[in-house]
Every structure is written in structure tokens, then in C-alpha cells.
Design a protein around this ligand. Structure first.
Ligand code: PLP
Length: 392
């Protein structure tokens, strides 16, 4: 029996690989936008399992969908189709609004891997990605992740990947030609520090892909499923992707990823070219259907925009804050110096969960179901943490 955080941490250290450092929190349970640790301390959760728990913790719709599906048909592998999978596919294609084909997997990295294989089917090897980007930790997706600190220790990775700077239109034009198989963007670079791409850059990305014949891959693993106030963040720029990648929020906490290839790109992968034993599992699909239904029924896209307004009003003038960037319920608090980890730690002491995707930025990705009261309380704690850590 685990009694406290300290004991939990020491047991973790003994048995779990140190890929994350020792976790600062050992959590016991959650409800809505609140979590409790094993010592009984309560926290407002502005991180939501890294933009995953769109419906917060222990949402009745997900509990019901998953419980019910597990009692009907829990797993089939890809040897059989099933009702939740068919229903989810119809729903996702309706949301995307154009014909295409979906490959289901279990994570963001796998959604990226699928798209890498599709890009390979064009016969062109060059892939263009952005610096500061994040596409996952598997060796393929890591090859496209524009953060040397993450990929350098594992080189050699995929050959012929080139990087251009986000929001540098001249650099983008210079970096692509008719040998480029594909261009990969995140509308807001979440792991890179909640750095939004400009509408102009996103529109230019679409154009350059049209001109060079490259596949326009939009990685919405973090931005997708209502987080920025629309189903997909690319809609804000009025462009259409060729391939759309989803994971994180899609299952509301149950693992599921999707690579949605539109038009002709949906037909590049034939029998035997790819697979996943768990991908599109009935329980994951049932969870995703529940998430999509509640987003619609509860108006969570509009709620994401309200959350943005409330956060901006409370934090824009807080001590040491130089910018609040991002969109909807995906915001980055840009600090006057590299003390974001201190703010993250102070916030946790005060009872608020957030994180620092880089040394100068605090990320806020609360559940979209967060109540006004929880939001107000979390923002009070954040203001306090920002004040306590601000430079003199
Ligand atoms: C988190 C993330 C990934 C990787 O997802 P995993 O499920 O951790 O593999 C890929 N792309 C983006 C944009 C992400 O935010």
C-alpha cells in the first residue's frame, strides 16, 4: 500500500526508466478539472494530461461509453470491423468535410509514422519540417522533430529531412522544391513553447505544397478536437490539409490516434502496407465518439474561446508576463526570463498543475469542461505563482 508521495517517487525510481525525471506528483484521483494526490492535496488541473483530458477527469459520458463497450466487445484486432469504429469513421469524415481515409493507431507518434509511410509512397524522400516542432519520440517521428536536444543523441535517423523556421515565408519557399514529398506543420507548436504559426504562414504552406506537389501534413495531435475553438485549428486559416493527424484529445484519455489522408492520399496505402493490433480498438472508438458528442452537445468549441478570454483578462498584466500567445484553451504565458520551471513548481505548491514546455513559457491547456469557479481559482493561484517568481 502506498502511503505518500515520497514513497511513490522512490518506488518509481527503482522500477521505471528515468525518461521523464522523477514525477513531481503522485496522483490518486480526479474529477472535472481537479485532481488529488496520494497525500490528499487538491489541485486545479490546467494541464489536463497534456491537452488530453478535454472532458476533464472521470467524465460520466466517457465512463459510460467505455464501460458499456467493454461489456459488449472489447477488442477485435484489425481482423474485424465493428460498430464503434464504423461510427467514429463516419463522424470524423463528416467533421473533416471531404472524402478521405483514416488509419487508426494509439498515439500521436504513430499517427505521424503513418503519414511518413504515406509520404514515402510518393517515391520522393525529402521531408520538410519546422524547427522547434514536435511530432513524437519514435525514431521516424523524432526525425521530423525540430529540436536537436531530442534527436541528436539518436542519430542517424531518417535521412533527407530538412527544417525551416516557423513563420519564415522566404525560408519556406527556399526550403521546398519538387523533390519534397511533404511539409509538416503544427498550427500551434505546443511542445515547442505554444508558438502559433501565423495565418499567412499556414496559407503560404498550403500554396507551396500545391506548387511543388508536396503533401501538406497538419499535425493537430495537440491543437485538434475543439481545443482552439474549432474542431481543427487549420480552420482558423481557411486552408485544407492533405493529411490530418489526431491523437491526444480525441479519446479524452483513452489512447487513440488517427491519420486522416484526404482525397487521393487516402489511397496510397494498400493491403499489407501498415498495421496496428490495438489501433481503432472498439473501446477507444467508443470513448472518442463520447468525446465528439459531448463537445457538440455542451458547446465546447465556444467554451474554449471563453476560456481564452477569461485567462487573458486575468494574466496578461501579471508580474513578469511579456505575452500571452496561442488560441482558445491552448495558451502560452511568455515570461520575462527563463524561470518557467520555478513558476511551475511554485504553482504546484500552491495547488495548481501546469507545465513549462520550455524555460521561458508556461503552458495552459485546461479541460474544456472547466467551470468558471475552477478557472477563477486556478488563475488566482497562477497569478500568485507568477508574482512570487517574477524578477525584481
Ligand atoms: C504530443 C504530440 C505528439 C506525440 O504524441 P504521443 O501520443 O506522445 O506519441 C505528436 N505531435 C504533436 C503536435 C504533439 O503535441
Amino acid at each position: 500500500m502506498m502511503t505518500n508521495t515520497q514513497e511513490g517517487q522512490s518506488r518509481w525510481k527503482n522500477a521505471v526508466m528515468d525518461t521523464y525525471g522523477t514525477p513531481k506528483l503522485v496522483l490518486e484521483r480526479g474529477a472535472g478539472a481537479r485532481v488529488w494526490d496520494v497525500d490528499g492535496r487538491e489541485y486545479v488541473d490546467f494541464l489536463a494530461g497534456i491537452a488530453v483530458n478535454i472532458l476533464g477527469h472521470a467524465h460520466p459520458a466517457i465512463i459510460e461509453a467505455v464501460t458499456k463497450q467493454m461489456g459488449i466487445l472489447g477488442h477485435t484486432s484489425n481482423f474485424a470491423a465493428h460498430r464503434p469504429g464504423l461510427e467514429l469513421s463516419d463522424k470524423l469524415m463528416e467533421l473533416v468535410g471531404r472524402p478521405g481515409k483514416i488509419f487508426y493507431c494509439n498515439s500521436g507518434a504513430e499517427a505521424n509514422e503513418t503519414a511518413i509511410k504515406i509520404a514515402r509512397r510518393t517515391g520522393k524522400s525529402n521531408i520538410v519540417s519546422l524547427t522547434h516542432s514536435f511530432h513524437g519520440r519514435t525514431t521516424g517521428s523524432l526525425s521530423l522533430t525540430g529540436q536537436p536536444i531530442k534527436y541528436e543523441p539518436f542519430q542517424p535517423l531518417l535521412p533527407d529531412v530538412s527544417f525551416v523556421e516557423p513563420n519564415d515565408i522566404a525560408g519556406l519557399r527556399a526550403g521546398m522544391n519538387n523533390q519534397s514529398s511533404s511539409l509538416w506543420i503544427e498550427p500551434i507548436q505546443g511542445e515547442g513553447g505554444v508558438l502559433p504559426l501565423t495565418k499567412e504562414f499556414i496559407q503560404e504552406s498550403r500554396k507551396v505544397c500545391d506548387e511543388t506537389g508536396a503533401i501538406f501534413v497538419v499535425d493537430e495531435v495537440q491543437t485538434g478536437i475543439a481545443r482552439t475553438g474549432k474542431w481543427f485549428a487549420y480552420e482558423h486559416a481557411q486552408v485544407q490539409p492533405d493529411i490530418l493527424l489526431l491523437a491526444k484529445g480525441l479519446g479524452g484519455g483513452i489512447p487513440i490516434g488517427a491519420c486522416i489522408a484526404l482525397g487521393e492520399y487516402g489511397d496510397l496505402m494498400g493491403p499489407g502496407t501498415h498495421g496496428s493490433t490495438f489501433g481503432g480498438n472498439p473501446v477507444s472508438c467508443a470513448a472518442a465518439l463520447a468525446v465528439l458528442r459531448v463537445v457538440e452537445e455542451d458547446g465546447l468549441m465556444a467554451r474554449a474561446l471563453e476560456i481564452e478570454k477569461i485567462i487573458r483578462a486575468a494574466i496578461t498584466n501579471a508580474p513578469g508576463v511579456v505575452d500571452v500567445r496561442g488560441q482558445g484553451a491552448m495558451l502560452g504565458i511568455v515570461l520575462a526570463g527563463n524561470y518557467a520551471v520555478a513558476v511551475e513548481n511554485r504553482a504546484r505548491e500552491l495547488g495548481l498543475v501546469t507545465n513549462a514546455p520550455n524555460a521561458g513559457v508556461i503552458r495552459l491547456v485546461p479541460p474544456l469542461v472547466i467551470t468558471d469557479e475552477d478557472l477563477a481559482q486556478g488563475l488566482e493561484l497562477l497569478f500568485q505563482a507568477l508574482s512570487d517568481c517574477a524578477p525584481e
